[in-house]
Design a protein around this ligand. Structure first.
Ligand SMILES: Cc1cc2nc3c(=O)[nH]c(=O)nc-3n(C[C@H](O)[C@H](O)[C@H](O)COP(=O)(O)O)c2cc1C
Length: 205
C-alpha cells in the first residue's frame, strides 16, 4: 500500500470549463462517467448525528430544480439520521475519469406522489424487495428474508409502496469539482451558494 501511487493525467479542469450552475457540470461529468463506470450515478452519502458520521453508497436518480434525488427506506439508519439532522455530505468518485465531486446540502423528503411515480416504475421484483426489507434492522437469517420475498411475490394484490419508502431531495449549498492532475497539482473548484448565487473559487490541491 505504501508504494501504491500513480500520476493523474486524464484531463484538466479550467475556469472556462465551469458552468454557472454546478449541477449542469455534475450532470455532464455523470454522462461522461457512463462511458467507463459500472455505477456512474453512485455516490457516498454521509449523515451525522451527535457528532458521529456514517457513510454508505446510494444511487442518484434525478437532478431536478436544483436538487439531487435518491431513494431509500425512511426507517433505515440513514433515513432516521436524516430526520434527526438533515445536513448531509455526498461524494461522487469516478476512478476511471480521475474525478471527484463533493457536495454539502440539506435533505428533505419528496412528495408521496413523486415517490409513487418512481416506485411503480421499478421492476416488479425490486418493488417487492423494497416492500419486504426492513432496511438496517436485525435479520434472523437469509432464509427468513427469502421466504418473505417468495410469499410477497405470489400475492400481487398486496403490492403497494410502503409509506416508509421514498425519495430524498438534497439542496446543495457547496459543491467542489476535483480533477486529478500530475504531480498532485490537481484542479479544484468550489461553488458556494452565497446571497442567492453561486460563487466560484479555485482551491489549492
Ligand atoms: C452501488 C450501490 C448502490 C446502492 N444504492 C442504494 C440506493 O439507491 N438506496 C439505498 O437505500 N441503498 C442503496 N445501497 C445500499 C446502501 O449502501 C446501504 O447498504 C443501505 O441503504 C443501508 O444503509 P443504512 O443502514 O446506512 O441506512 C447501494 C449500495 C451500493 C453498493
Amino acid at each position: 500500500m505504501k508504494d501504491e501511487r500513480r500520476d493523474y493525467s486524464k484531463d484538466l479542469l479550467r475556469e472556462e470549463d465551469l458552468s454557472s450552475d454546478p449541477l449542469t457540470l455534475l450532470q455532464s461529468w455523470i454522462e461522461e462517467a457512463r462511458k467507463s463506470e459500472l455505477d456512474p450515478t453512485a455516490f457516498v452519502l454521509s449523515t451525522s448525528v451527535k457528532g458521529q458520521p456514517s457513510s454508505r453508497v446510494v444511487l442518484l436518480k434525478e437532478i431536478r430544480s436544483g436538487q439531487l434525488v435518491f431513494f431509500t427506506n425512511y426507517q433505515s439508519q440513514k433515513g432516521m439520521e436524516i430526520s434527526l439532522n438533515p445536513m448531509v455530505s455526498l461524494n461522487f468518485f469516478w476512478a476511471s475519469a480521475e474525478r471527484q465531486v463533493r457536495v454539502l446540502g440539506k435533505a428533505e423528503r419528496i412528495s408521496a406522489a413523486e415517490s409513487d411515480q418512481y416506485f411503480y416504475s421499478r421492476p416488479f421484483e425490486s418493488q417487492v424487495g423494497a416492500m419486504v426489507s426492513h432496511q438496517s434492522e436485525t435479520l434472523s437469517s437469509r432464509e427468513a428474508l427469502d421466504n418473505e420475498f417468495e410469499a410477497a411475490l405470489k400475492d400481487k394484490s398486496t403490492l403497494k409502496r410502503p409509506e416508509h419508502w421514498g425519495g430524498f431531495a438534497i439542496t446543495p449549498h457547496e459543491i467542489e469539482f476535483w480533477q486529478g492532475r500530475p504531480s498532485r497539482l490537481h484542479d479544484r473548484f468550489q461553488y458556494q451558494w452565497t446571497e442567492g448565487r453561486w460563487e466560484i473559487r479555485r482551491l489549492y490541491p
